[in-house]
Design a protein around this ligand. Structure first.
Ligand code: NI
Length: 265
């Protein structure tokens, strides 16, 4: 098995308009699976359509924190229904964001909490977005872990996507049961600390992603849109950083993806 890009917004029009070419380039680069990540009800439906058409693509359903105040109650009902679709293997992306003030924070917190409830109901993992809100995120995760403990083993199912936090935050997330996913930022020259953090993460908790169409890795940093084929550059950088071969890391991170996103084959 090749690489698994665990986070690509293929329904974004910059990629959707050339989807056949994008997927062809990904296959040629050695990317065997792609998780198409939604940000609202509309893109959740679009992600499922893409995943129904292309066997190497899987879908998520969920509401991004920056769009939580635009979501109608019927949107959330739709997402709950879609979560049981056979091609849906995760919820999100969701989480918390204090960088942009698009959506009032209490609405983001409530939106995040209802995704966790749906995760407990469906056993689907969460794709977690965190920006400029580390203390608030840790508090929310602790609360969810306490709720999880009441029903199950107390381990959270999910991934901190496009991770850019500190080693300490990574350690806390790992102890809660979460996976850590790296995107193109890992390849940037100035990301010295982030690469130091990556070295300390056990290999069985690592994932890679592009966050396409954003965050193009080196050497294509200025090129937009980013696309799943480029996950190979982040993967190679991560392999070099932790001192293993690209081939081994591709296998390991894909195995990790299969374990976390258990519906994904
Ligand atoms: Ni994203």
């Amino acid at each position: 098995m090749g690489w698994t890009d665990t986070h690509a917004h293929l329904a974004d029009e910059s990629l959707a308009d050339q989807i056949d070419l994008v997927l062809e380039r990904a296959a040629r680069a050695g990317v065997s699976r792609i998780l198409c990540v939604a940000v609202d009800a509309r893109s959740s439906e679009a992600a499922i359509k893409i995943a129904e058409k292309y066997p190497q693509v899987w879908a998520t359903v969920g509401i991004h924190p920056n769009y939580a105040n635009q979501a109608a109650e019927t949107d959330w009902e739709r997402i709950q229904d879609l979560a049981s679709h056979p091609r849906v293997c995760a919820l999100g992306e969701t989480g918390l964001d204090l960088h942009w003030d698009d959506c009032p924070f209490p609405i983001q917190q409530a939106n995040f909490a209802r995704h966790w409830q749906l995760s407990r109901d469906t056993q689907l993992p969460l794709i977690i977005h965190m920006r400029d809100c580390e203390p608030e995120m840790l508090q929310a995760l602790d609360e969810q872990q306490a709720l999880e403990e009441q029903s199950k083993a107390g381990v959270l199912r999910g991934v901190m996507h496009s991770f850019a936090g500190s080693t300490e935050i990574a350690a806390r997330c790992l102890s809660l049961g979460l996976y850590i996913s790296f995107a193109g930022m890992l390849t940037y020259k100035k990301s010295v600390e982030l690469r130091e953090t990556a070295k300390k993460i056990p290999m069985d908790r690592l994932l890679v992603e592009t966050d396409s169409p954003y965050l193009s890795p080196e050497p294509h940093r200025s090129r937009r849109p980013n696309e799943p084929a480029n996950v190979v550059f982040t993967g190679k950088c991560l392999a070099e950083t932790i001192g293993t071969s690209a081939q081994i890391l591709a296998e390991k991170t894909s195995e990790n993806a299969s374990r976390l996103f258990w519906k994904m084959m």
